[in-house]
Design a protein around this ligand. Structure first.
Ligand code: AMP
Length: 302
């Protein structure tokens, strides 16, 4: 089954306590589609400038990602500059340059219109809405957290939520959106706005799925080599939605497995700058880590 993603394709400059990376491949759609490409066909809707390196396009193509909806136009590619302190859960945005995204009008190829799953990655909610309008009848629509856009476009965000089945969100953002410090009550409030499932991302503490009547907590694997958390959320979403697309089963038990697969993909991504870890990732490694997650959370009644 195929997934359509709309989001950013970017050149990132990232500073962490362990070093810096300058103008490397990044972007919410890039991380998402690379992670999801291990499980399903992915189609990207985004825009880059003429300065976007050919080698990055070649890499995405090497992952069999469909780039027919990726426009390349005169101008500069979207850029994001961020830094992390020793608390790697806390990204500080130093600069966001929209560049070619400022007046991007997505025109999705005919072949994309039948996509079964849609992922609305971090990008202007107006763009998300425009893309969603052009997809015929998706079976599942998921959307990611987007702190930068919350303050700017509350109406568009609220409107979008009505069409979203699964919302992935950071714990802090959930509290902020719901204006509610208690996470349980915040989650319930957000569920009333449209989504049937909420996946609350808690960085190194794992993820929590909340539905009307159930909760599921997936841990994050304790890693001894966290290097750069950029893109962890998008890779989580890529593993999660990729697994659902691969199995085409949206039962709660399968959604639980998908959440673990999301955690697996995020855990690999943070081991290196940019997409460097995913570039050399193999299926046996994914399987081995999935099993490690099972062991981590397993216990038996005495
Ligand atoms: P994450 O660490 O999962 O939140 O994703 C980081 C990626 O999102 C980086 O590669 C950035 O290029 C991209 N990004 C950061 N801010 C924005 C924004 N305001 N809109 C779209 N993409 C963004």
């Amino acid at each position: 089954m195929s997934i359509l993603v709309v989001g950013s394709v970017a050149l990132d400059t990232v500073h962490t306590p362990f070093g810096s990376a300058d103008e490397v491949l990044g972007g919410s759609a890039t991380y998402f589609s690379t992670a999801a490409s291990f499980f399903a066909d992915v189609r990207v809707v985004a825009v880059v400038g003429k300065d976007f390196p050919e080698a990055h396009l070649a890499f995405l193509k090497s992952r069999s990602i469909d780039l027919r909806g990726l426009q390349q136009v005169p101008g500069r590619t979207f850029r994001w500059i961020g830094e992390y302190g020793f608390d790697l859960n806390d990204a500080r945005t130093l600069e966001t340059q929209l560049n070619v995204f400022a007046d991007f009008k997505p025109e999705i190829p005919q072949s994309y219109r039948e996509s079964e799953l849609v992922f609305l990655a971090n990008i202007d909610p107006d763009l998300q809405r425009e893309v969603l309008r052009q997809v015929r009848s998706p079976k599942l629509v998921a959307a990611d957290t987007m702190n930068f856009w919350i303050t700017g476009k509350p109406e568009a965000r609220r409107e979008m939520l009505k069409a979203v089945n699964v919302l992935l969100i950071n714990a802090a953002e959930a509290r902020q959106r719901a204006q509610e410090p208690n996470l349980v009550r915040a989650a319930r409030k957000i569920l009333e706005w449209g989504p049937t499932s909420l996946v609350i991302k808690r960085g190194e503490y794992g993820a929590l799925m909340v539905r009307e009547d159930t909760w599921f907590a997936a841990p994050a694997i304790p890693l001894d080599s966290v290097f750069d958390p950029t893109g962890a959320g998008d890779c989580f979403a890529g593993g999660f939605i990729g697994y659902l697309a691969n199995t085409m089963n949206f039962d709660e038990t399968n959604i639980r497995k998908a959440i673990v697969m999301g955690s697996v993909m995020a855990s690999f991504n943070v081991e290196a700058f940019s997409l460097d870890r995913l570039r050399r990732l193999t299926y046996p490694e994914i399987e081995a880590r999935y099993k490690a997650f099972r062991r981590l959370a397993h216990f038996e009644d005495l």
